[in-house]
Write a protein that binds this ligand. Sequence first.
Ligand SMILES: NC(=O)c1ccc[n+]([C@@H]2O[C@H](COP(=O)([O-])OP(=O)(O)OC[C@H]3O[C@@H](n4cnc5c(N)ncnc54)[C@H](O)[C@@H]3O)[C@@H](O)[C@H]2O)c1
Length: 359
Amino acid sequence: MSEHFNINNPSRTRVGLIGAGSIARGAHLPGFLANSDVQVVAVADPVEGRAAELANEASIELAFTDFREMLNREDIDAVSIATPPVAHAETTIAALESGKHVFCEKPMAMNSAEAIAMEQAALKANRILAIDFQTRFEWDTQEARRLVTTGVLGAPHFARASYLRRAGVPTWGTFTSKTANGGGALIDIGVHALDRALYVLGHPTPTSVWGATGQALGQRGEVTNRWGAWNTETYDVDDYAFAAIRFSDEMILLLECSWILRMENPSIQQLEISAADSGLALNPLRLFHDRNDRHSTETFEAPDHQRPSHELSIADFVKAVRHNTEPTVPAAHGVLITKIVDAIYKSMTERLEVQLPEG
Ligand SMILES: NC(=O)c1ccc[n+]([C@@H]2O[C@H](COP(=O)([O-])OP(=O)(O)OC[C@H]3O[C@@H](n4cnc5c(N)ncnc54)[C@H](O)[C@@H]3O)[C@@H](O)[C@H]2O)c1
């Protein structure tokens, strides 16, 4: 591995950004800039002038319209991928083959075949590939995982993961195009709910999936949307998805997510777990107990200062690169999410419960 792995080498990790859109500007660039072990040296985006504009604003040395030209630079150690999902596999595999470490946005890929190819490319190149599931780094998610995996609640038997928006269709970029994003609410925000649930539960083994996705309002419009109107004529993705996932220990996870649903609450991001001895819910973290013939709720204090979760997710990737350790969100976890997402879409198409192959 390169000299940049050496903890005793004070040189900073040189990072290039692939994609200069919304999340690159809003989270990746600030996250890398906040890290004193990193120098952001390059940015690439195919839209003429977009990379140059960001480079100019943020005093980044190099700007490219072709990400492959950026990858030819031997003085770049790592890249972050913030393109639409359709370009995640192509850019990630090319970056790994050119010897760069990769921090890739969620969803890892359009489907599990692409995600597996990415994971294999990382193994072959002996480089780090981490996925940006930043909700894992929120304090209550971390604490919930500790409580569940150390057995404080007893064995879980039921969980419900929700990421529901009443009217939150992302109207910038390519989110409402199946060919660019692979799907809608499920692959965009359902994956966050799913990833957080699996992480808190300590990654039990899923065995089968029943799923349903739907499109009731996306092509109609007529919704007062958080990010304004969208093109209803080109909209061809799911508005919402629901799934029941079985695990090898008989636990059941219900997943529910939506961009648009006519419901009272504008936004629900929740994880609830029922376990043998206690229950748990997030936002804020609570435990539910049944003791001495009565229900009680235990609450937890949030830490005074919390760094933004994207900043922590990026710091975790940088640490993995510099110390040659496993990132908190390794490629294998991203692959598992894509397998479950594939199974939910398949279950809907074929109207059956889909078995997940072992491994
Ligand atoms: N982790 C999160 O919470 C979170 C939040 C928002 C978006 N995202 C993810 O980030 C990714 C980008 O979303 P966004 O909102 O920034 O979209 P966006 O449309 O604002 O930006 C995408 C950018 O990628 C560029 N691009 C396209 N193909 C490229 C290529 N081959 N090489 C380099 N650049 C390319 C586009 O020109 C555009 O500038 C998506 O995967 C999305 O799901 C994650």
